[in-house]
Design a protein. Structure first.
Length: 258
């Protein structure tokens, strides 16, 4: 009888220790426990030491740290009908453990699938040039769209970064030809603008010389000085029309027609 009592007491003691051990939970600083009482949500506990009633209560451990998720390459058809492959990185974290457990099953998988769908939908509204030149704006658009849809799950999407846009070889050659044509266009425009500015300055100079005959004489002398410095065998003297007319009138010859 004494042996039976001792054995029963030992079993009861072991059972009590087991119940106490199973009712103790330790949550780290970045963890929370969503506690259910008989299947109904009760409260969110943690961090630190938390006591859970065995059988009556169940707890789901949630990590609050930011999760970095690499979105697999997605086939995207841009608005100008160009097929590209795009992959991105999504940064998100749980801000409401209750909703992350109750409102969605496997919130990580749900956010992953939603990120792939939103990536294709948002980038498909833009042309290829925008995908290559306006990544910051596209990142912000994807992040805003994702965050608005995951808010009901207690998920906060903090950042989205497009990593790589893969274009086929044919499109790369077309882009190179387009860039070369754009450079040639700019060169021609710059040359034309230079010609226009030069012609405007020449016109201003001609108008100034026409108003000031003395300036024309000085220009003649400067031209003669330049010709003489070149050591030419023949020197052409520019003769003003007024002087030529006076000479012709003196010898009774008709002046040349203007």
């Amino acid at each position: 009888m004494i042996g039976f009592t001792f054995g029963f007491t030992s079993i009861l003691f072991i059972l009590v220790l087991f119940l106490i051990a199973s009712s103790i939970r330790v949550f780290r600083e970045y963890e929370r426990g969503v506690v259910f009482m008989l299947g109904r949500f009760w409260r969110v506990k943690g961090p630190g030491l938390v006591l859970i009633l065995p059988v009556a209560q169940q707890v789901v451990r949630i990590d609050l740290r930011t999760v970095v998720f690499d979105v697999p390459p997605q086939d995207v058809i841009t608005r100008d009908n160009v097929s590209v492959k795009v992959n991105a990185v999504i940064y998100f974290r749980v801000v409401d453990p209750e909703r992350a457990v109750i409102q969605v099953a496997r919130y990580f998988d749900a956010t992953s699938q939603l990120a792939q769908t939103v990536l294709r939908a948002v980038l498909g509204k833009h042309e290829l040039d925008e995908l290559l030149a306006e990544r910051e704006q596209l990142n912000a658009d994807i992040q805003k769209t994702l965050d608005s849809q995951t808010d009901a799950w207690g998920i906060k999407v903090s950042n989205v970064e497009i990593k790589h846009v893969d274009i086929n070889e044919t499109m790369i050659r077309a882009i190179a030809r387009q860039a070369e044509a754009e450079r040639e266009r700019r060169a021609k425009v710059i040359h034309a603008e230079g010609e226009l500015q030069a012609s405007e300055k020449l016109l201003q100079a001609a108008q100034m010389l026409a108003r000031q005959p003395q300036a024309m004489q000085l220009r003649y002398l400067q031209t003669l000085t330049t010709i003489a410095a070149d050591k030419n065998s023949t020197i052409v003297f520019p003769l003003p029309i007024d002087v030529l007319n006076a000479v012709l009138d003196r010898f009774g010859m008709s002046p040349p027609r203007q």
